[in-house]
Structure formats: C-alpha cells, structure tokens
Design a protein around this ligand. Sequence first.
Ligand SMILES: N[C@@H](CCC(=O)N[C@@H](CS)C(=O)NCC(=O)O)C(=O)O
Length: 206
Amino acid sequence: MIDFFHAPGACSLGIHVILEEIGVDYRLHVLDLKSGQQRTDTYRSMNPKGTVPAIRLEQGEVLTEFQTIAFWLAESHPEAGLLPEDRLARARVMEALDYIVASVHMRGFTLALVPMKFVSDPAAQEALRAHGLAAATEGLAQLSETMGAHDWLLGEYSIADAALFYLTVWADRLGVELPANIAAFHARMTQRPAVARALNMAATTG
Ligand SMILES: N[C@@H](CCC(=O)N[C@@H](CS)C(=O)NCC(=O)O)C(=O)O
C-alpha cells in the first residue's frame, strides 16, 4: 500500500485528489506544518527535503515533488485517464503542471502566504506579500487564457486540473479574485466525488 504524506491546507491537496481519482489504496499520514512536523528527524529520514507531498511506495521507494508524484501515479494507473496518450498532449500536461507548481505556486502564492519565511522585516514582508499576490494573479490570468472555454485546463481532465485546484483553494483563502472560467472550474471540481472525498478528509483531519 502507498503511504501518502500530506498537510491540511498544503499543495498536497492536489495529490490527495489524484489518489482519490485513481482509487488506489493508500495510508494517509497528516503532518502539522505549523508545529514543524515536516522538520522532525523521523520525517526527514524518509524525506530529507522536509516537504509535502511525498509518497512511499510499497517497495519502500520515496517520491517527492508534486509533478513527479502526479506523473508517477497517473502513469501507473492509465485506466484512470489522467494523462493523455498523445505525446504532445502529455507534454502539454507536464508544461501546465510545471507552470502551476514552479511558477504560480512557488514564485507567487508561496511569497503571498509565507513571506516571513524569507524576510524578517515587517515592511519587507508586506512588499514580498504584494509581489507574490501580483505574480499569483498574473499566473491565474495565464491559466485562464490556456483554459479558455474548456471545462478543464487542457480540454480533457488530467493531473494538471488537480494542481490548478489547490491554487484556486489558496486564492479563495487569500481573497484573490479568480478569472470567471477558473471560478467555474473550481465549482466544477468540487462536484467531483474524488475531490469531495479529499476535501472531507481534509476537514476531518485538519
Ligand atoms: N517543490 C515541492 C514544493 C512542495 C512545497 O512547497 N510544499 C510545502 C507545502 S505547500 C511544504 O512542504 N512546506 C513545508 C516547509 O516549507 O517547511 C513540490 O513540488 O512538491
């Protein structure tokens, strides 16, 4: 069975959605990031980066990094249809995933949510927060262009939608207004049984 390391309110929500979508058996390990459980020796002996998401496979191999975990899960469960078969379409999914995680999350939302991790001066924190919010807003506008009139980011539902979903949850938390098509996407996502299960578990484990 897969062990899944997750924290309420973190980007690991996207991996939680993917695990529920593919319907695989997994053990949920909930970490409290505020109290620093990700930095304990026990956790770091498994994932030295001290981050979530992480998964430990049945054979003991540990996978970290959102894009890698999402790809591995989708690739291992082709019947779930979370990665297209066409090579260019698969590349487009990876392109979107990388933009969401490496750019919009790490260079936008992270700065807006936790500026205190980077600078101690309160005025500098405010400046960083504003910069992060602007980058997050710009990223969501780019993703809105990509989605256009489709129901899902790239037309067909994929692992990129699970990643976009956690951004929309963070936008809501920060009061960032979503472009209309992304707001409709967020509502559509919450109607999916897999997403509802992940959100319910987050509510009961938070
Ligand atoms: N590049 C990593 C980023 C993961 C990441 O930033 N995770 C955050 C939660 S959203 C985390 O674990 N933060 C804990 C910490 O920084 O102490 C990935 O793609 O998985």
